[in-house]
Design a protein. Structure first.
Length: 492
RNA sequence: CGGGAGGUAGUUCAGCCCGGUAGAAUACUUGGUUUGGGACCAAGGGGUCGCAGGUUCGAAUCCUGUCCUCCCGACCA
């Protein structure tokens, strides 16, 4: 056993780190808070990115790319947005190094190369994009403007965690401009549904769609919609957000358009994003103490085939069968890998692919060929079955679908069992401390109460679910009247 | 950013208290035997002990600074 994984029970945080590092998704780097995304992790991200990109394009969006740097004067234009991000910005102040006269062979910042105006490394791109949109929008005929960008952003976080919170991360950010408030709200909600669709149907990650409270809202937004997922330790993870920005950025950057009656008005905006954080959520939601468990639809490798043989003659027989099988699976669009490397024995490969979360493993040995069968092992349940070679491709194809569905069902079952109603403060605390998960409770609607609960319980309001049931009650904290329950949880 | 722990071979770690030529396991290389759940035997290569200063005849070991990581907290669209 060369790669041991800390169990979830023993140390959940370490378990997560072990999976990411030993599963080959990412590695630490020489830069504080920044990670290297390794080929296996990047392949996963590429699959996620490709699916999302198609979804964005199918909903009428196009891709563009805006600069990494934002001049400070633009950055500070929308006050709330600037204030919200001010504490976690990397700032470029100089543009040149020179040899250090006191330390031969070392470099120093050239004090003469100070920038007139500092450049902020984007923590998000609203500022640079809205400054650009100003020149692109004059008339209602220029609207709606539906643009997405795939990019990296930097947020100088105090405490980082692989994928879940890194100082630099990869994401997409959609930035749209609309002629009416209604249209912008429809766009905001539409993209939230796209995210939920992606999370549930591709990542097998059940999410709750909702709206953030004023406290938790994106800096500069009128409304922040979100999808919230639940991890296996009972903590919530914000998996994606979609913001209705009102006219805040249009006003800050003076983006006006003429409507059909030649009236000038500020445009209405949205922005929405998901990031590599989703990978962290994927890992935490599905995996077990043996390693990663990846949903088939986005797994870099869906099926791995391991040969078991003695001598070249047996290997050749197996090769012949596997080559046919591989071709069949590929023709069904299945990502299959034949690992006939001689450096590791079968047992080692079994353990390795379990660690990496490959959904289906097929073992083919001489014994199997004599019976025209193979051994099929599924990663999600660890069940092994002997399957006839006749019709194997369709069997595998169906199995992948079943695994995808099973992973979603399992996660959803866990999530549903961890939404608990609390009617008193004691119940509320008991659930948070012992059962964990989401707590559905009445709240009086004030920021003061929300802050006080956060202070005392370390839990935040994750969201007010969309189409939330209206129900008269009393706030668990203040005892004041409330018209609906909201979802609380401790969160990442 | 506060508290705690840590950084020594590719990896996981011992050695440090009490200064005196750098260790184990695993991985790697070569040869052989093996192959249905992380193989075995033999031989071999590999580390300026995170980095920079200081103390000392001599520093992985003592002192100072600094960078990085992990855990807890604060912070976190």
């Amino acid at each position: 056993m060369s790669k041991e994984i800390t169990s979830r029970e023993q140390d959940y945080s370490q378990w997560y780190n072990d999976l990411v590092l030993k599963g080959g998704l990412a590695d630490y780097s020489a830069v504080r808070g920044c990670m290297v995304i390794k080929p296996y992790g990047y392949a996963l991200w590429e699959n996620m990115r490709d699916v999302l990109d198609k979804m964005f394009k199918d909903t009428g969006h196009v891709n563009a790319y805006f600069p990494l740097f934002v001049p400070k004067s633009l950055f500070e234009a929308e006050e709330k947005n600037a204030e919200g991000f001010a504490k976690e910005c990397a700032i470029v102040t100089h543009y040149r190094l020179k040899n250090d006269p006191d330390k031969p062979g070392k470099l120093m910042v050239d004090p003469e190369a100070k920038l007139e105006e500092e450049l902020i490394v984007r923590p998000t791109s609203e500022a640079i994009i809205w400054n650009t949109y100003k020149g692109w929008i004059q008339s209602y005929r220029d609207l709606p403007l539906l643009i997405n960008q795939w990019a990296n952003v930097v947020r100088w976080e105090m405490r980082t965690r692989l994928f879940l919170r890194t100082a630099e991360f990869l994401w997409q950010e959609g930035h749209t401009a609309h002629a009416t408030k209604e249209e912008a709200i429809i766009e905001t909600e539409k993209m939230l549904h796209v995210y939920a669709d992606f999370a549930e149907n591709w990542m097998a990650l059940p999410v709750i769609k909702g709206v953030k409270t004023a406290n938790e809202r994106f800096a500069g937004a009128e409304d922040t919609y979100c999808i919230e997922a639940l991890m296996q330790d009972g903590k919530a993870l914000q998996a994606g957000t979609s913001h209705f920005l009102g006219q805040n950025f249009a006003k800050a950057f003076d983006v006006k358009f003429s409507d059909k009656t030649n009236q000038l008005d500020y445009v209405w905006a949205t922005s929405w994003g998901v990031s590599t954080r989703l990978i962290g959520g994927l890992v935490m939601a599905h995996s077990d103490d043996q390693g990663l468990i990846l949903p088939p639809k986005i797994a870099p490798t869906q099926v791995v085939i391991v040969p078991i043989y003695k001598g070249d003659a047996e290997k050749e027989n197996i090769d012949a069968v596997v080559n046919t099988l591989t071709a069949e699976l590929k023709s069904l669009g299945i990502r299959v890998k034949y690992d006939d490397g001689e450096n590791q024995r079968p047992g080692w490969k079994f353990a390795e692919y379990e660690m990496k979360g490959v959904p289906v493993r097929i073992a083919v040995g001489t014994r199997d060929l004599a019976n025209q069968v193979v051994e099929v092992a599924r990663r999600d349940t660890k069940e092994k079955s002997t399957i006839s070679l006749d019709g194997i491709s369709n069997y595998i194809n169906n199995l992948l679908t079943e695994i995808q569905q099973n992973m979603f069902n399992k996660a959803k079952d866990y999530r549903d069992k961890h939404i608990t109603k609390a009617n008193t403060w004691d119940e509320f605390m008991d659930i948070l401390d012992n059962k964990t998960g989401f707590v559905s409770a009445h709240w009086d609607g004030t920021s003061e109460t929300e802050d006080a609960i956060k202070e005392k319980a370390k839990a935040t309001i994750r969201c007010i679910p969309l189409n939330n049931e209206q129900e008269a009650g009393t706030c668990i904290f203040s005892g004041k009247p409330s018209s609906q329950r909201v979802l609380f949880a401790r969160a990442y």
